[in-house]
Design a binder for this molecule. Sequence first.
Ligand code: SF4
Length: 720
Amino acid sequence: MSSYERKTTCAYCGVGCGIKAVVSHTDIPSRNEDSTPSFQITVSGDEDHPANYGRLCGKGSALAETAIPEGRLLQPRVNGQVTDWNTAIGTVVERFKAIKDEHGPEAIAFYLSGQLLTEDYYVANKLMKGFIGSSNVDTNSRLCMSSAVSAHKRAFGEDVVPGCYDDLEQADLLILTGSNTAWCHPVLFQRIRAAKASRPELKIVVIDPRRTATCDIADLHLALAPGTDSFLFNGLLSYLHTQGKINQDFLSATEGFDAALASARQSAPDIRQTALACDVDEQLVKQFFDWFADTDKTVTAFSQGINQSSRGSDKGNSIINCHLATGRIGKPGATPFSLTGQPNAMGGREVGGLANQLAAHMDFTPEDIDRVSRFWATDTLATAPGLKAVDLFRAVREKKIKAIWIMATNPVVSLPDANQIKAALSDCDFVVVSDCIAETDTTAFADVLLPSEGWSEKDGTVTNSERRISRQRRLVDSIGKAKPDWWIITQVARGLGFGDAFDYGSARDIFVEHARLSGFENNVQHHRRAFDISLYDALSESEYDDLAPFQWPAPRNNAVNKPETTSDRLFGDQFFYTTSGKAQFVPVLSEGPHNSLNSEYPLALNTGRIRDQWHTMTRTSLARRLNEHKPEPFVEIHPDDAVKYGLEPGSLATVTSAFGSMIARVEVTDTTRQGSLFVPMHWTEQMSSAGRVGALVNPVVDPVSGQPESKFTPARIQPY
Ligand code: SF4
């Protein structure tokens, strides 16, 4: 037996942990669908990776158990029949051509995923926006962090996360809001817990309607009413002003403070009104406000509890407003910080994965359209934003979109009002799905199924929540006929006649082009952007293979870019990427969720993750030990509500909204607020006849970001 070691990156959450993988093989380091793998992979945390310094969580440490042939999509299929790659690609090309000729480019859409590597994402966007000529390319990142993107762009002029993970440890006050960090970003939670253990004076505030595992290390938990976050942060801005805690010097680097303060005062003029709006004890609100007012080194980390809301963008800006007002940004231990959900949601944003962006953080402005057109040498670049995820699938349902290519995601489970997604795909003229898993709720609707490589086979880069780009490396040969996503997309592009623009031989070729675009006319004269990795625009194959993790913006003349001092940091120089160069306060008028509770649906349904599963469980469920934590769909309900609705602990209940229903095991717990339900997002119809919670979630979206309100759907519950 021989073995080799390679460094790679975890395939799951946005922490982006580095992994050391050891591959041992008994004969040849390859496998096919007919044989038992002749190798064994063992994983451990990479001590040198700045995201995790050797730590891994349960999901990451079980990765090797999921790199197995069981359940894999091994061969291309057309109309359910196994075929070869030429036939499958030819079918996609022929149908796309016919639909485009008859109905125009807007009749074709791509729906991508934060599971794709950046190189895959780059060519998918280039093909659709640059050459097919439509912007109807969106991603499941829309469901995850698009509200944070909007908040960043409005405040900073660009989608920039200002901080890094070290800030979470360097802060004296850490606020975790809308984030069950312990379960959703477990290694970050480990780092925070270790920081708290070594420095007990580090105060931690958790803001969440539920008392989650994250509260285990909290000095203060504000169990606010669902959807009232912006009342709290508007109240905080009012309080900071009343207490004379505004950083007047820093205000000169900003614009719009007076208007933001006026809105804040209108929504939450004082502590009493704030406490009433949030349904939290007044003394607890005062304690939080005083800690914030008195602590310079404050980090506010926010995640899906803020983003997945019909007011998610405003909520994000209400947080950022408080940091701008106190000048707590661009300094060690002081920043607002969006915790990204997916392994490569950030990388997708960098290449224009969202329908309203162009690549390299450019927008649909005349200047950027011209710039990207010249760089790609195309005269068919889309010139206006496309449809965001919920609207995109609505257009499929309305048959305005006639062909859709879904890559590495399972929208029949994960999108809101998911029964409508099912109906849309079953009626759609032409559905292509590329995935590494054969049978999912979504692959069931595919006319063409394309086998993609999975973790351990894929090769490329991902970007984590702190803007750190890391290599995800190929460890073993592909299984069956699986291919890299970028290769599949490139073959379709060539078939459509765009071969000259898609002449890539490897993931490195794509990365280098991506790096060149990031630096293309990226200067004060044209349009300075933070996303700049042009330092890496001439990497050789071996340099790409050896690429160490790095953060952007990568200094053009200096490869060492770990921020150590204020002047090294993004925004440390008080320059922002807006037209004026100043940060923008955004006036936020606080409002609750879009749909109100009523006599038919009196309970607020909240959805979220559990500790040991990832998204729709298609991969994590392959590791038996990960299924032991929570083996079946469940609904959390407060003890008083359980009595009220006649529910026994451990019994089965039917949860119903205006959009759908499901069955779940009852967990009675006072960690859930009275009047609320919590159901995990993971289970699928394909795995469980109980149903899926996505079918219940209201398809209400934030008007700015298009992100669905997955944290609040009026619902009812009854014994099954
Ligand atoms: Fe993977 Fe996230 Fe766990 Fe790190 S914290 S090992 S990235 S799932």
